[in-house]
Design a protein around this ligand. Structure first.
Ligand code: FES
Length: 135
């Protein structure tokens, strides 16, 4: 990164927010607004992913093609990107940072065999889950 840009960002933010290696886009980006899952479910449509809160935890709420909803932790196991910044391709959740793909129903990652993020069916109440993250 150009040092003058880095200095400008540091001036604007009051500190060198890029020192940790975060990209400019991440460092400058405000945290997403998160609705409780129950409210988010009522407001969104199929084939979308949005940031939400579930019992105080930041989750990505995935709206599947059939209209059902699933939550996953809102942190990609690859490099910590917000999964809610990604997008849905059918029932596949695609991380917006580097494109890793996860089956939103099972949590299975298509880029690394054996890697599975926990999923939880989200509706009026929460029920099913899948296995823990296996890195
Ligand atoms: S952080 Fe999600 S694919 Fe890299």
């Amino acid at each position: 990164m150009d040092p003058s840009v880095r200095a400008l960002v540091a001036d604007l933010c009051g500190e060198d927010v890029l020192a940790s290696g975060e990209s400019t886009q991440q460092a400058m980006r405000p945290a997403p607004r998160r609705l409780p899952v129950a409210q988010a479910v009522a407001r969104c449509s199929a084939s979308r992913v949005v940031p939400a809160l579930l019992e105080g935890q930041e989750v990505a709420l995935c709206f599947l093609a059939d209209g059902s909803t699933v939550t996953v932790p809102d942190q990609c196991p690859h490099d910590g990107g917000l999964l809610s910044d990604g997008f849905m391709e059918g029932d596949t959740l695609v991380c917006g940072r580097h494109g890793w793909e996860f089956d939103a129903r099972t949590g299975q990652c298509s880029h690394r065999s054996g890697l599975c993020i926990p999923t939880q069916v989200a509706s009026a109440g929460l029920a099913e889950g899948s296995g823990p993250v296996d890195s």
